[in-house]
Design a protein around this ligand. Structure first.
Ligand SMILES: Cc1cc2nc3c(=O)[nH]c(=O)nc-3n(C[C@H](O)[C@H](O)[C@H](O)COP(=O)(O)OP(=O)(O)OC[C@H]3O[C@@H](n4cnc5c(N)ncnc54)[C@H](O)[C@@H]3O)c2cc1C
Ligand SMILES: NC(=O)c1ccc[n+]([C@@H]2O[C@H](COP(=O)([O-])OP(=O)(O)OC[C@H]3O[C@@H](n4cnc5c(N)ncnc54)[C@H](O)[C@@H]3O)[C@@H](O)[C@H]2O)c1
Length: 446
């Protein structure tokens, strides 16, 4: 280490954007510190992925029991207070485990709110720490609609702590959080109304699949108001009112503002250190380096076209470990990042999807499959679902999208073919466990 500094690398923020790389970097012999003002592990374990997927767990189960009601008899019901308690029990130990993992790797963990003083110095509670390099990984926070009464709305974190589920819920926005939480609240028994900004949900996903998922939610009782133009929220005698459109209103018990997430770039000392950023996040080059040579950024806080998801944050964090430990001097080269919306059925995708390639059909071959035609999906009587596989002229799989109850697993299993450009021979080198979701998905690409 350069003796001038306390550390080789200081990470600001303790989420996946930092800890997935900080641990290996410290274990490789570098002197590393991570500064975190909240819970160790950041959003994903504590108020994102892990928490959400625990709340989601009973829903696909309920759907399955429902589909198989001629075999599995009896009515099931979700106990919300117990589900919330279960979620808490599942995630409770995660910050400590992450802390202990980093500590064991040799990372110095500093709890407090960090601010840059210059290109090599971070201050936490009047204590200054210096490093040769600093990585900003401060993530995102929920956006709040700028309308009168916005303080009456809540965010995803509030939802996941509700002791009782309100009878009537309004959800503003129609992205990931909106549709996942609408699925959960509807399955538990709330009356859910989704206020859409425009007439499309989940813009980055294949719209014919999105429409079918929305139609299914509608059949289950969720209402969608398109082009809602939300004007304000107000208290009412029997709840809270969402005022929208031209003098229309809907009274509910609880409002979830799910209109996106914004980068934590304020009060970090970015201006003091001269770091450039936009309202979408911190500006970086191909090495994840900011305009200040010694300062880098990783995870959701970067202004980027890659999806702001955990696999992206982990990939960036690991890339910086490789860069800082001298294992690479190349710019970051992202693989195709897969993503799933955990509705039930889910929608998942990786690589190119039909909406990216339809214009140029000679270069691509699209293979369309119906879940109802797959014997394996009939073992639990699935009828709703489709997949589309995109091949190039040499029959390399370049992308896939599916909506079904197991879409995330089906897309996950196809990842290596997309990322490593397997040819037909390589595809046949893999012998999958049979019967399984992998065998079912790979059968269609070979
Ligand atoms: C409800 C919800 C569900 C999600 N579900 C999924 C999912 O299923 N799959 C998926 O891939 N992604 C999901 N995500 C997104 C995923 O959580 C993020 O992509 C991921 O957590 C990004 O990691 P990060 O390290 O960049 O940021 P974060 O995890 O947000 O970490 C940033 C950390 O920095 C800390 N911090 C900020 N400023 C300072 C400061 N000045 N000093 C010290 N510490 C500071 C914060 O306290 C925070 O802990 C979900 C997100 C939400 C909100
Ligand atoms: N399964 C997952 O991987 C998962 C789950 C949850 C969250 N996330 C991550 O968290 C991020 C945030 O999730 P999100 O759902 O809040 O954001 P999002 O970007 O997915 O959706 C935001 C929604 O708000 C709408 N909107 C924006 N301004 C509005 C306005 N003025 N009025 C009404 N609607 C408005 C948008 O049209 C969009 O439908 C996601 O982009 C994703 O990166 C991922």
């Amino acid at each position: 280490m350069n003796k001038t500094y306390d550390f080789d690398v200081i990470y600001l923020g303790g989420g996946h954007g930092s800890f997935d790389g900080a641990g290996p970097l410290a274990a490789s012999g570098k002197k590393v510190a991570v500064i975190e003002s909240g819970l160790w592990g950041g959003t994903c374990p504590n108020r994102g992925c892990n928490a959400k997927i625990t709340l989601d767990e009973p829903i696909p189960l309920l759907r399955e029991v429902d589909r198989m009601s001629d075999i599995l008899n009896g009515q099931l019901k979700i106990n919300w207070p117990n589900l919330i308690a279960h979620k808490q029990a599942v995630i409770e130990s995660l910050p400590k485990k992450i802390y202990q993992g980093l500590e064991a790797a040799g990372v110095k963990l500093i709890h407090g709110y960090g601010q840059l003083q210059d290109g090599h110095t971070v201050e936490v509670d009047d204590q200054k720490y210096t490093a040769e390099k600093i990585v900003i990984a401060t993530g995102l926070r929920p956006n709040r609609l700028s309308v009168p009464g916005s303080e009456l709305a809540h965010d995803s974190n509030d939802f996941m702590k509700l002791k009782e589920l309100p009878a009537r819920i309004a959800i503003i926005g129609s992205g990931y959080i909106s549709l996942e939480f609408a699925t959960i609240a509807n399955a538990v028994g709330s009356e859910v109304t989704v206020f859409m900004h425009h007439d499309m949900a989940l813009r980055a996903f294949y719209q014919p699949f999105v429409k079918q998922v929305l139609q299914d939610l509608e059949k289950r009782g969720v209402s969608f108001i398109k082009n809602a133009a939300v004007q304000s929220f107000a208290t009412a005698a029997n709840g809270v009112t969402v005022n929208y459109g031209n003098d229309q209103s809907k009274t509910v018990d609880w409002i979830l503002d799910a209109t996106g997430r914004i980068p934590n770039v304020e009060d970090l000392g970015l201006d003091v250190a001269g770091v450039q950023y936009t309202k979408r996040g911190i500006t970086v080059d191909g090495y994840l380096r900011t305009n200040i040579d010694s300062i880098y950024a990783a995870g959701d806080v970067i202004d980027k076209i890659q999806p702001k998801l955990t696999p992206t944050a982990t990939f960036e964090s690991y890339y910086l470990y490789q860069l800082f430990s001298g294992q690479t001097s190349q710019p970051i080269s992202y693989p195709a990042i897969p993503s799933t919306v955990y509705t039930s059925p889910r929608i998942a995708k990786v690589g190119l999807i039909p909406s990216n390639v339809e214009q140029n059909t000679e270069d691509w071959k699209l293979v369309h499959n119906k879940i109802a035609d797959d014997w394996y999906r009939q073992i639990d009587q699935q009828s709703l679902g489709e997949s589309i596989l995109v091949f190039d002229q040499q029959h390399h799989l370049v992308g896939a999208t599916e909506f079904s109850e197991q879409a995330e697993d089906a897309i996950n299993t196809l990842l290596p073919a997309v990322v490593f450009h397997y040819n037909q021979d390589q595809m046949w080198q893999l012998a999958h466990i049979f019967p399984s979701i992998s065998a079912s998905a790979w059968h269609k690409i070979r």
